[in-house]
Design a binder for this molecule. Sequence first.
Ligand code: ADP
Length: 566
Amino acid sequence: MSRVEPLLTLKPKEESHWRWYILDGLLALGSIFLLTGVIWLFQLYQKIPDSFLLYLLAILSLASLRGLSAALLASFVAFFSFDFFFVPPLYTLSVTKFEDVLTLVVFLVTAIITSQFASTLRQRAEDANRREHETHILYDLVRATNREEDLELQLSIFARAVVEVFSPWGIRDCLLLLPDERGVLTPHISACQPIERVELSSDEKVAAEQIMTRGHIVDLFDSTTLRAEHVSDSGANPTQGAAQKTTDGSTMKRYACLVPLKTDIKVIGILRLLIEHDGRGETIDDILSLEHGHPTPKAVFFSTFLEQAVAVIERGHLRQESLRVRVLQQTDALRSALLSSVSHDLRTPLSTIKTAATSLLEEDVQWDEETQRGFTAAIEREADRLNSLVENLLDMSRLEAGSLHPEKVWYPLDALLRDVLDRMQPLLEGRTVQTYLPDHIPPVEVDAVLIEQVVTNLITNAVYYTPAGSPIDVSIQVQEEALVVSIADRGPGITLAEQEHIFDKFYRVLGKAQMFGEKRGSGLGLAICRGFVDAHGGRIWIEGREGGGAVFRFTLPLSSTGELEP
Ligand code: ADP
């Protein structure tokens, strides 16, 4: 599995709400009292006529550092402190002069408006920071998943990212449930445990099936986030809800949260999130809850994060689908090629046989003996052709079906070659066949029938696709790990472009080579050779020959000992 750089995580909220407010209060009171003390001690209100502006400075700082609540509290405390300490009559809250009342009111209104402006700016800056951070996380996630081709790897990156990024929300594990081919929801990828060890509780199974069948009606922000929460004494099974005491005495709740992965039209999978929550900070449930009927920005971020998994799964499905279509297209093309080739190759000899037989049976015409022999010879030749075609087709279908099981025995390959050449003597008439066989050829473990077929096909081609009378060379080379059999001719050879396809099924070169013989092949001979050689763990290929012609070579692996089996 490839290494993935760790993703940024969400920033945890350092303080809980009430702590935050207490600190706000202390800072507001502290700063205003301190400022009042300084103004009073140094008699600044007499030296600086608008000394209340100093309060505005403190309120502005609080608004931009701590937010609106601290600034508002400071505004009111400053209003009363100013009135009490610096507005005559001193040390009472009553005000006698109209100008003083006006100054105080203007001060309070200015303080409140300034607080609001400053805290709004602060909120905006915070939102911008948060959005930038979230965009960064999403960008990293997209980059990490796009770098992998494999769907499983992409999903495992996503599952780990959920745990890494949302750990401040209490997420400790993320399990992805996807429907298998039969539509049964099964655990697919887990961020923290091997998938074989993952087991769903019966509650979870029922809940997950419900989420899947509710389809697009399921709403992510309410009942869709289904909690399987159980509070028991110990957390024996991580998928079951449990409550445990933590070291500092607070109660740690553990439960599973099932979240649907939805496209526009359906639910395509489910995330089971394992949550641990000690009562402090936010959990996924708080975050996914609606605020004034709208999803919170955090909930929007979470669903954008999930959309990445949906996109990855959808892309994977599309890839599989297009692969399936391609395979179907190829199979279809193969089937029509097979059909047209077979129908043509079967029909030609059949029509020759039919014509010859009909002519022989003609009662009105008296055929002389020579013509009759010609008809009978044609029938025999075409019947042989049909026979070899049917045999080829049978061999090919055995190879395709994977039902070819070579029955290997230890065999001397030179003897096998000589046997084949003897049997092919009638076909080789008028040809010079040179054999180059070294003295000590170690035996090989082969199915002699299949290898004889390979040699026969190659020699037959060397006869039919080369000019009459041209020589054929047959040789064996002993190499360290294999025997190499070569059949070389002095025909037109095969171009580099054609060499690539020559071993494909039904591939025939319609060029110079076709002009020599009268062989009407089916393009199966070399494909069968390759299948048979492969079945022996060997390799077959073609090379151009210096001085013209083609050399077909194939290898047969030698045993480690080279000894004949007893
Ligand atoms: P076929 O039944 O058509 O002979 P093969 O698979 O045996 O099918 O051969 C595929 C094609 O390869 C033939 O159509 C022929 O054109 C070409 N070929 C095979 N052997 C030779 C050779 N020794 N020299 C030139 N061309 C050859």
